[in-house]
Design a protein around this ligand. Structure first.
Ligand SMILES: Nc1ncnc2c1ncn2[C@@H]1O[C@H](COP(=O)(O)OP(=O)(O)OP(=O)(O)O)[C@@H](O)[C@H]1O
Ligand SMILES: [Mg+2]
Length: 982
């Protein structure tokens, strides 16, 4: 599969740079109109100068310019005229002898540059300076002769490495281009002109004469960086990666592309469920290529400058003049002048944080590389120095102080360090910055002399918020031990409860139960509230494990205990569990009422975690009662609450339900995006259930879209992740449901029935949906009586369960149809259409409408055609390819022409792109296509990459197949006629 391992940066289409390309085009236009000139591309290392130079050269090439391309090499420094020889050599050698003789006539000095051309020796002048001018003149005349017939572009890269002679030659030549069809392009690193007087003179002089303009390249926009990542990966980059790149690459395409490739190579970025996922271990690395680049830059600094740079890096946000002066032990004036030198080298820049001037390295990776290479002992001492300087100036500024106390380790006083770090940790916890908090608290711990269980517990909290469940569990376990030793029974009970849920999320169900039992046993009678809490948790776990009889027996006892103790909370939990249990028998209004009662109580208690938890059964019930509209509002509200709590695991349920809601509501693109988010979140916080849930919903949408193989792959991955003996019945039932649907779509009813046979319907997340799938498999396999039984189960959810009722109508319609009772079938299906329509479920309505058309008698042909046309429109809109094919087939059988879908896939492609697609389908290579359309091969690649992205295909074969399926191969005029336009 293309892009599975990432693409090389060179194959990536150009992203961003539209303003720059506009200026390049303007320059090409002026040259084509006879105003020869020079265009210089400048900017820091790795910003994309060479890339733009290539793009500009190709652009001129597309306009018919002769292209000459050369560049200086870092190792070739001092080799006279090497870039010029590289640029002209291939062109001259490729000429016919006759043309070459005419072109070089009288330019014997060129023989010095191109020995292999065997020119007659130039007459010696005895004055090296004169000889040099004559050589320059020869090059200028050669260019002018070439440009008599066709315009010429001469591009020279990496001028900062060029020898002095080359810079002087270019200077000379460029001064004479006005009036000729000559464009000279040059690129150089802006921070490296300082030691290059010839280059400096070239730039300043030509600019002054109006012959050259300079294009300063800045960083790419975050959007462009995202496109870059997308292109390298050949798929949508996960949002966590986009954030990482925004922070680390700071607009540099070199850093961004190498980081992405390196992450793919090291496994930090991987595919799961067909999407790219950023693993949690990612983000600590600086790719080798980037490191080399930074080293190259640092070599330009003296030792003294490098020391100062290291100090700037260690000081970080505290790199303000007074602090730097104090730590460096120098006066302000001296330091300012040294910092200015570093700035001229493009190594640091100044920013103002509103109050002080702060110095930073030119690019964040510089800081990373420099810091990584400082010996640990030096770092610690430097941090301690900075902390001491700050204590004198800003002793109250925790945000500035704490990082230095953290990183100074044993080099600072323990008492003050403990104080600063604990306060900073607590403050970070307040704003839910889990990772920061964990860093401070972990450091604080090393300064605390006893086992400090309180600190450990908070450290666990921080790890949990940061999404590191394993680390949280480790810290809490240690805290629990410490509480046990100190005999703090209340704390033992409280913490056992939290630990139980954490290990449950890790898939350790029995250990979770054991922990709760131990907590209860340890509890003193003086703590009745805690006792209730532990019992709530036990019942909650029972329902998750799926022991329904035990839950039913326990929930009444729990409510009674809550009422006896007057605990609103316990009663709310009991109601929530009760509602969840009732949901197993169908989404009845009674179940709804029970959950709503629990919600009211939780809202009175203002407990966001409980409110969020109650929303899970509540949303499922509402989805099945009233369709996706109300459920969506609920899910969004729950998501907001979960986010506000700051615990990532809490987001999972509401996100998952949002995906289901979007799916049912017909917004499949949104549903797929959401599924990938669930998946990414699950991987990030190592939550097995979330990963599985994300994979399942992804599979669900893929199935209905018709991407059966991808869907099956997602389910296989989900089964692998769950392991051989999954305890989580809900997830298993969901997997079985989708597997049954896949078998149905594949046209294998027996397999479908087998997959659906042991659906344990008491554990359905969405009982109505799964029952409908079961019914569908029964009809397909000819088990009509069984299907009737299933329809009956759906009906038993009651008339208020409108979604279930619609599904029951549909199933009955299918059964009647299979039995040949047309009238009854049409009746039931018509009702289903109506119900789904009022529930705002367009896909389901369209599916029933298509069934209706299939069942309609010949005398109702016109109605059948209209219904099939309208369902085709919906299938096309949501992207249900197989269903759309079915509708088209039916329409053809009915003798009608399928209407062109409203959103024609061809409409997304430009005329040129569509042309490229047609030529690909004819089997032409990129080079052939380029020749045929008179564009450069790179432009063909770019067109194709746009087309791949737009149509969502990943290979030429897939492209051709898509184009055939969607009627993209006809010439435009023919296609219009086919669509019935005049
Ligand atoms: N706009 C862009 N779109 C896509 N890829 C880009 C873009 N700009 C740069 N790249 C890629 O980023 C990498 C670095 O770019 P490039 O080599 O052009 O940088 P540079 O400024 O010439 O660096 P140096 O100063 O080291 O010569 C290359 O792989 C290039 O293909
Ligand atoms: Mg370059």
């Amino acid at each position: 599969m293309a892009g599975a391992a990432g693409r090389g940066p060179a194959d990536v289409p150009l992203v961003g740079r539209s303003a720059e390309l506009t200026r390049v085009r303007a320059a090409v236009d002026r040259v084509a109109a006879g105003q020869g000139r020079m265009l210089l591309l400048a900017g820091p290392a790795g910003i994309g100068k060479s890339r733009l130079l290539d793009e500009a050269t190709a652009l001129a090439g597309d306009r018919g310019f002769v292209m000459l391309r050369g560049g200086a090499r870092v190792l070739g420094r001092g080799l006279a005229y090497a870039p010029i020889v590289e640029a002209f050599g291939p062109y001259l050698r490729a000429l016919t002898p006759g043309r070459r003789v005419r072109l070089l006539d009288g330019l014997a000095d060129l023989g010095r540059l191109f020995a292999d051309l065997h020119l007659p020796p130039a007459e010696p002048l005895g004055d090296p300076a004169l000889e040099r001018t004559r050589l320059f003149e020869a090059v200028a005349r050669l260019l002018a002769r070439m440009a008599e017939r066709t315009p010429v572009v001469l591009a020279v890269d990496d001028l900062h490495w060029a020898d002095t002679a080359t810079a002087e030659l270019l200077h000379y030549v460029a001064r004479g281009v006005s009036g000729h069809l000559i464009l000279i392009l040059g690129a150089y690193r802006s921070g490296e002109v300082a030691g290059q007087p010839a280059l400096q003179a070239l730039v300043q002089d030509l600019r002054g004469a109006g012959l050259a303009e300079e294009l300063m390249l800045g960083g790419l926009t975050p959007e462009a960086i995202r496109s870059l990542a997308r292109a390298v990966l050949g798929g949508e980059p996960p949002s966590a990666l986009v954030e990482l790149l925004a922070a680390r690459a700071a607009g540099s395409p070199l850093v961004a592309t190498t980081m992405v490739s390196e992450l793919v190579r090291s496994g930090g970025l991987f595919r799961s469920g067909g999407a790219w996922i950023l693993g949690r271990s990612a983000g600590e690395l600086v790719p080798i290529l980037v490191r080399d680049l930074v080293h190259g830059q640092l070599r330009r600094a003296t030792d003294e400058q490098r020391n100062l740079l290291e100090l700037v890096v260690v000081a970080g946000d505290a790199a303000m003049l007074p602090v730097l002066c104090e730590v460096a032990g120098t006066g302000e004036e001296d330091l300012v002048s040294r910092l200015r030198d570093l700035r001229d080298l493009d190594l640091v820049f100044e920013v103002t944080d509103g109050r002080d001037l702060v110095y930073r390295t030119a690019h964040p990776v510089y800081a990373e590389v420099i810091y990584a290479e400082l010996p640990e002992a030096v770092r610690r001492r430097r941090h301690a120095d900075v902390a001491a300087a700050l204590e004198r100036r800003e002793p109250e500024d925790l945000a500035l102080l704490a990082p230095h106390y953290r990183d100074a380790h044993d080099q600072v006083g323990a008492e003050r360090a403990l104080e600063v770090l604990t306060r900073a940790g607590e403050r970070a916890l307040d704003v839910l910055a889990g990772k920061d908090a964990a860093g401070y608290l972990e450091a604080a711990r090393s300064h605390a002399d006893d086992r400090a269980p309180g600190l450990l517990e908070r450290l666990g909290d921080a790890q949990q918020i940061g999404g590191h469940l394993d680390a949280a569990v480790a810290a809490w376990k240690e805290a629990l031990e410490a509480y046990r030793r100190s005999g703090d029974h209340a704390a033992v009970a409280r913490l056992s409860q939290r630990l139980a849920f954490a290990v449950w999320d890790q898939g350790e169900f029995e250990r979770a139960q054991r922990l709760l039992a131990e907590g209860l046993a340890a509890l003193p009678a003086t703590e009745p509230d805690l006792g209730l809490g532990l019992r709530e948790s036990q019942t909650r776990l029972l329902i998750r494990i799926g022991d329904l009889p035990a839950v039913k027996a326990e929930v009444g006892r729990l409510r009674a205990a809550g009422e006896h103790a007057g605990s609103l909370r316990t009663i709310a939990v009991a109601d929530m569990i009760d509602g969840d249990v009732q949901l197993r028998d169908g989404p009845s209004p009674r179940a709804h009422q029970t959950c709503l009662r629990a919600l009211t109580a939780a809202e009175r208690l203002a407990d966001p975690v409980l409110i969020e938890e109650i929303h899970r059964p509540l949303m499922m019930i509402e989805l099945m009662l009233d369709g996706p509209g109300p459920a969506r509002r609920r899910a969004l509200y729950a998501l907001r609450l979960a986010r506000a709590s700051g615990v990532p695991t809490l987001e999972m349920a509401s996100r998952f339900l949002l995906v289901l809601v979007d799916f049912h509501g017909g917004d499949w693109e949104q549903a797929q995006r959401g599924a990938v988010e669930v998946l990414a979140l699950g991987h990030r916080v190592s939550n097995v259930r979330a990963v599985v849930a994300g994979l399942i919903v992804q599979a669900l949408v893929l199935t209905f879209r018709g991407d059966i193989a991808e869907a099956a792959a997602c389910l296989a991955e989900a089964r692998t992740v769950l392991g051989p003996r999954p305890a989580d019945r809900r997830m298993v039932t969901l997997i079985q449901t989708v597997e049954a649907q896949i078998a149905l779509e594949r046209g294998d009813p027996d397999q479908a029935v087998a997959a659906a046979a042991d659906l344990d319907t008491s554990w359905l997340m969405s009982p109505a949906f799964s029952l409908a799938v079961l019914g569908g498999t029964q009809v397909a396999a000819g088990g009509l009586d069984a299907a009737l039984g299933t329809a009956d189960r759906l009906r038993r959810f009651g008339p208020r369960a409108r979604y279930a009722a619609a599904l029951a109508d549909e199933l009955m319609g299918l059964v009647h149809g299979a039995r040949g009772d047309r009238t009854a079938a049409l009746d039931e299906l018509g009702r289903a259409v109506e119900r789904f329509t009022t529930l705002a479920m367009p896909f389901d309505a369209a599916r029933c409408r298509l069934q209706w058309s299939l069942a309609a008698p010949p005398k109702r042909r016109d109605e059948a055609v209209a219904a099939a046309q309208s369902s085709l429109a919906v299938f096309t809109e949501v992207g249900a390819r197989r269903y759309a094919d079915r509708a088209r087939r039916l329409l053809r059988d009915l003798g009608a022409r399928p209407a062109q879908p409203r959103r024609s896939p061809a409409a997304g492609l430009s005329g040129r792109e569509a042309e490229v697609v047609r030529l690909v389908a004819q089997g032409l290579s990129n080079a052939d296509i380029a020749r045929r359309l008179v564009i450069s091969p790179r432009t063909v690649t770019t067109h194709l990459q746009h087309v791949y992205a737009r149509l969502g295909v990943e290979s030429r074969i897939a492209l051709v197949r898509y184009a055939m399926d969607h009627d993209l191969l006809a010439e435009p005029a023919a296609r219009r006629r086919k669509a019935g336009d005049p």
